[in-house]
Design a protein around this ligand. Structure first.
Ligand code: SF4
Length: 193
């Protein structure tokens, strides 16, 4: 049996295939993979994380680089921008109906969906667990933000069926609790005696 390629080689190959498919999905609208990745991020980000700075952090790009892409998406009608109610220097971005429709058709790419659907459920489960462990280890090593789901955050508060953020002390709508957050912090581990 020939030796199995390393996790790095496998992931790089998968990333290249995914990027190629994203490139072809956006080609008709003159969009690069990074445009679709920004739309996908904004579709999953909560109200504290839908800013240009958070998009840049999530994608690991500079703010200037991302800014141009976001302006192009806004001009083409895929995004709309609103100023923050407290700080007018900060803007929030949301997908328009046109942006959501493009995203639903292109992400995840159709061949990725087909390939996953052909795998046994246990393989998909193992794959997702392994990738999650790898992602956490990489984020720890790089010291970056986790961008985890709100309801798994150490600041998440449930009180009598209502939700709130313990960090900002603001109430959270139910749909915000499954979004990802720039300020997410992993739960503290129980102290050992
Ligand atoms: S509870 Fe955590 S993840 Fe949720 S909004 Fe607050 S800081 Fe963000």
């Amino acid at each position: 049996m020939s030796p199995r390629p390393s996790a790095y080689v496998l992931l790089e190959r998968v990333s290249n295939l995914l990027r190629a498919e994203l490139r072809s999905a956006g080609a008709a609208d003159e969009l690069e993979p990074v445009h679709l990745q920004a739309l996908d991020y904004l579709d999953r980000a909560n109200a504290y994380s839908n800013t240009p700075l958070a998009v840049a952090e999530y994608l690991g790009l500079t703010k200037g680089n991302v800014s141009q892409r976001l302006i192009a998406l806004e001009r083409a009608g895929y995004l709309k921008r609103t100023a923050d109610a407290r700080d007018r220097r900060v803007s929030h971005l949301a997908l328009t109906a046109k942006g959501r429709s493009l995203l639903r058709a292109a992400v995840p790419p159709p061949h990725w969906r087909e390939a996953l659907a052909a795998l046994p459920a246990e393989s998909v489960d193992r794959l997702e667990r392994g990738l999650l462990d790898l992602l956490r280890a990489l984020q720890l090593a790089q010291g970056g933000r986790s961008f985890g789901e709100c309801r798994t955050c150490r600041h998440f508060v449930v009180d009598g069926g209502r939700y709130a953020c313990g960090l900002t002390r603001e109430p959270l709508a139910a749909e915000q609790t499954t979004k990802i957050c720039r300020e997410h912090a992993a739960p503290e581990l129980p102290k050992t005696a």
